[in-house]
Design a protein around this ligand. Structure first.
Ligand SMILES: Cc1cc2nc3c(=O)[nH]c(=O)nc-3n(C[C@H](O)[C@H](O)[C@H](O)COP(=O)(O)O)c2cc1C
Length: 279
């Protein structure tokens, strides 16, 4: 049996959806699979995740301000706190030994530059993979909706916290306003969060409106009954949608078939190829 670890960070759940699809495809192919969401608060010293027996490591993160969300980097990145990820010696990437495969993945908005925006994140994730002795064989990135900017920006300004912390805080509040975090919170701070959360706007399908703007336009530019879209990623307020998740499923299926279902049972050498699904 082969072992896979999917290690990812996710604030609003988009990247998590892709991670879960990867998990189900791997399990369906008989991989022993661990889905590991990164929590910087977790005590990795007493609850370690070891990569020694891992044959396929998937690293995923949303793009926040052009880089992978720092929760992933805070645990395994160059600037991360020291976390022991190997029981034995760490594989030396410059000395080829047993082949271990790696996948970089992300979800992103691409509202400024489209797919170009996911490249630095995927590149950094591939650096991390190589740092830990995993050979990148594939990369996947698909669009993901983002919460309306206005409320997140307001929280950032009023609580004087980072923009990504503001996004994460607002998401936790929307998920469970009665959790211990909020019932034990200073009432003034809680009132600010409550007021800001009440300003979140959603469209008629319950999808968050992006930046308070109209995303889709009833202009039918091709005359085929489909609306026009403001952003390069069509229907961005509803991503990743079923087709994105199908793409993730097909991508991971290709990786497993081509690199693991080999004639000699060994992981196939990538021979310079990178399986890419970026859009
Ligand atoms: C504060 C913030 C900054 C973001 N910056 C970028 C960015 O620079 N480029 C981009 O393509 N997407 C950006 N996004 C969009 C996220 O990458 C996208 O919403 C992603 O799918 C979120 O994934 P998650 O639900 O797993 O947290 C940003 C989102 C937030 C909240």
């Amino acid at each position: 049996m082969r072992n896979a670890i999917i290690m990812y960070s996710s604030i609003t759940g988009n990247t998590e959806k892709v991670a879960q699809v990867f998990e189900s495809v791997l399990k369906a192919h008989n991989f022993n699979t661990a889905l590991e969401k990164v929590y910087p608060q977790r005590d990795y010293a007493s609850g370690p995740i070891f990569f020694d027996d891992c044959d396929l490591l998937c690293l995923g993160a949303p793009i926040i301000a052009a880089m992978p969300y720092r929760e992933l980097s805070s645990v395994i990145g160059w600037s991360g706190k020291h976390v022991e990820l190997f029981k034995g010696p760490r594989p030396n990437p410059s000395q080829p030994g047993r082949l271990r495969a790696g996948i970089a993945f992300s979800t992103f908005g691409g509202t400024v530059a489209g797919p170009r925006e996911c490249i630095p994140t995927l590149e950094l994730e591939k650096e991390y993979l190589q740092l830990y002795g995993f050979t990148p064989v594939g990369q996947f990135a698909c669009p993901g909706k983002q919460l309306r900017h206005g409320p997140v920006d307001e929280l950032n300004a009023r609580l004087k916290i980072d923009i990504d912390d503001a996004q994460a805080l607002l998401q936790r509040f929307m998920d469970d306003p009665d959790s211990a975090e909020f019932t034990s919170m200073d009432t003034g701070r809680l009132e600010i969060i409550r007021k800001v959360a009440s300003k979140m706007d959603f469209d008629e399908n319950g999808n968050p409106l992006m930046a308070g703007e109209q995303v889709m336009f009833d202009n039918d530019p091709l005359g085929n009954g489909m609306k026009g879209s403001k952003y390069i990623h069509y229907n961005l307020q509803d991503r990743p949608h079923q087709r994105d998740l199908k793409m993730a499923e097909y991508f991971m299926t290709e990786i497993i078939e081509d690199f693991f279902l080999t004639a000699d049972g060994q992981i196939r050498q990538p021979m310079g190829a990178m399986y890419s699904c970026i859009y």
